[in-house]
Design a protein around this ligand. Structure first.
Ligand code: 13P
Ligand code: SF4
Length: 300
């Protein structure tokens, strides 16, 4: 059955000149129909560079919005229209304007996990893969990083610039605690611990390495070690098993599930391709300003 639906998806995608972009946290069946599976940065680059007329975005809303901002001429589809990243809702455009009044000399770096309206009020975007590089590309010595406090504090460890974090967070990563590390280390004493920079500082302190989702996969494939504890959403383990044969990956916490990333299934991908809905669009006046911040990041 999965085989039938996958086949129908591939046939329709070809007919409609569609490309299927899939985030590393999606369910295995959806990862397996992807043209590209990646982290936020890789998927944003793909959305900007690919020539297909239709992009089917299997991820959450801000990712599809980013694709729509970068390629307004393309039809960008979000098969699960209610796949919302709660962290992206933790700051508004109005709040960014207030921050700018309070800190007129500071640069504003918006994590891609934000709304288009927030990107439009920011100087530049970043993802978990390039946050430090983005901050260090700026002339300003004071940098507001929003909305993720954990990513901001992680970057602050490595730069002389003064980082002003907004107090947002990802509930999935914030839920991982020191006790999970103790338990996982005891269960897998020979495994390396990799965590995402959205994790709490005290969890990051105990990790061997900190990476974006695709950074973890690259690290594991290149490592001479065989076992890894993964401090991020466990959907990534399917991609690790596919791309890094012979390596074993264990979730740091079984509770770190992103419900919104699990809302996309093969059925809604198929329906979306058949109907070319639900389509994600961003009003021009917002998109024009948000594009400046995203493209500035992509040039780094
Ligand atoms: P990555 O960019 O590392 O894939 O992370 C995206 C995300 O939403 C993490 O929670
Ligand atoms: Fe948002 Fe966290 Fe889910 Fe990533 S894992 S999409 S940051 S809620």
């Amino acid at each position: 059955m999965v085989q039938d639906i996958s086949g129908m998806i591939h046939t329709l995608a070809e007919e409609k000149d569609a490309v299927i972009l899939v985030h590393n946290y999606q369910i295995p069946e959806v990862q397996d129909v992807a043209d590209i599976v990646g982290d936020s940065l890789e998927l944003a680059r793909a959305a900007a560079d690919l020539s297909a007329e239709v992009i089917v975005f299997c991820g959450v809303d801000f990712m599809a919005e980013t694709a729509a901002i970068l390629s307004p001429e393309k039809t960008v589809l979000l098969p699960a229209p209610d796949a919302h990243c709660p962290m992206a809702g933790m700051i508004t455009g109005g709040e960014v304007r207030t921050l700018r009044e309070r800190f007129p000399d500071a640069a504003v770096v918006a994590y891609v996990n934000t709304t288009a309206e927030v990107k439009a009020e920011s100087d530049i975007c970043c993802t978990s893969a390039n946050a430090l590089k983005v901050v260090e590309s700026l002339d300003e010595t004071q940098v507001i990083m929003l909305p993720d406090r954990n990513l901001a504090r992680y970057v602050a460890r490595f730069t002389k610039q003064e980082i002003l974090p907004w107090e947002g967070y990802c509930y999935v990563h914030d839920r991982i605690i020191i006790e999970d590390v103790r338990r996982a280390r005891a269960d897998h004493p020979y495994a390396e611990l990799l965590v995402h920079p959205e994790c709490r500082p005290e969890v990051i302190d105990l990790a061997d390495h900190v990476h974006s989702t695709s950074g973890m996969i690259r690290h594991i494939c290149a490592s001479d070690k065989g076992e890894f504890i993964i401090g991020t959403e466990p959907g990534i383990i399917h991609q690790i098993e596919k791309r890094c044969p012979g390596k074993h990956a264990y979730p740091l916490s079984e509770k770190a599930i992103c419900i919104n990333m699990k809302k996309t299934g093969l059925e809604n991908v198929l329906r979306s391709l058949e109907s070319l809905t639900p389509r994600v669009t961003v009003p021009d006046e917002v998109a024009v300003r948000a594009r400046v911040a995203i493209e500035r990041m992509l040039r780094i």
